[in-house]
Design a protein around this ligand. Sequence first.
Ligand SMILES: Nc1ncnc2c1ncn2[C@@H]1O[C@H](COP(=O)(O)OP(=O)(O)O)[C@@H](O)[C@H]1O
Ligand SMILES: [Mg+2]
Length: 387
Amino acid sequence: MLNIGKDLKNQEFVYLDDSRSRAVLVCGKRGSGKSYTLGVIVEELLDAGDTLVVIVDPMGIYYPMAQPNQAQERLLWDSGLTPKGVPTLLLVPGDPELLYGGREVVQVIESKGVRFRQFKINPADLSPDAWCELFDLSISDVMGIALFRAVQHLKRRRKEHFFIPDIIEAIEMDELANDRTRQALLNRLEMAQDWGIFSTRYQELWEVFDHQAVNIIDLSTLDPGPKGRRNLIVDVLARDMFKRRTIARRKEGLGLIGELPRVWVLIDEAHQFVPSGKTTLAKEALIRWAKEGRQPGLSLVVASQQPSAIDSEIISQCDIIVAQKLTNRADIQAVNALSQDYMGGELKTYIRKLNRRGEAVLVDDEQEKVMMLQVRPRKSYHGGGEA
Ligand SMILES: Nc1ncnc2c1ncn2[C@@H]1O[C@H](COP(=O)(O)OP(=O)(O)O)[C@@H](O)[C@H]1O
Ligand SMILES: [Mg+2]
């Protein structure tokens, strides 16, 4: 059970039942406390244990969780809590010193108890389609056809074990493509090599994670576009985890040991990955996760200041909604559309009553209940406040 705060009516603790997989929507306008709430959920999941906890962090704001929340010590005291940092692994897509602006910066962050690890994806973990989409190539034009063919060929022959130089070689040897096509593809592949996000030797993705820590994937240094590298990483991550957990679940069902514990992935600024009315590299995998993740033990938390901008296929799968202060009419409407008979009134009437920071309307569709709560203060430091 995850203790996320207190009922505003009777001051009783409010718990989220995490004994089964959940899909959670956290929404609210800017500064209403969404990222803070995500941190509360992370603290609780780590306390519960036996869970792989991963935050997808497009803003690069979560690593200060390694530090205790001394800044709100009074508030914590009033709730009978004390400041305490959480074990933190910061996964960066490339060389931390290059991405963070030098060795000094990395050392200072490390001195605050944060461990760094590079996060790289295997070229073979992308489908031939994804390779084409990454370069914005249609699989019906000459370049797309040649790239698709090269990757598919390598997949058949080498399974997981091929890297960008192998794709380059396959394209160079492709007699069906003309010189210009080949050259244009080689340029792109060399560029991709320089991004530093592709591994040069095979590595199981899930092996980089620390099951005792919060695993923060810092995507803030990458381009945010729908076909950009942020989306690419989330796509590969989601599909890999889904596959691993499905295999582990099958093993567990047969009385064997599954190698991956249950997984919670929390995605901040989720409209970047599952926007309504737009395709992105990660969208299909995340919708599948939300729809079918229950059985293999996959939970999802999506946070956004713009619930109206999140794909309805994701929102409709959410069985927990944490709505913090909202003022935009379209966003209130989007949440209000999730009103159910058991609520004894429309959701927007609850949302209008929200006043203070950290107050939220909680809807738990499994228990068929709705309530107003105060999200509890964070034990770990929150880095997301105004600069
Ligand atoms: N439940 C809470 N208790 C105490 N302070 C909070 C709470 N939620 C948010 N805050 C304060 O509000 C600020 C903004 O919260 P944040 O989560 O960064 O907003 P958002 O992600 O919605 O833009 C935080 O820096 C924190 O100081
Ligand atoms: Mg935020």
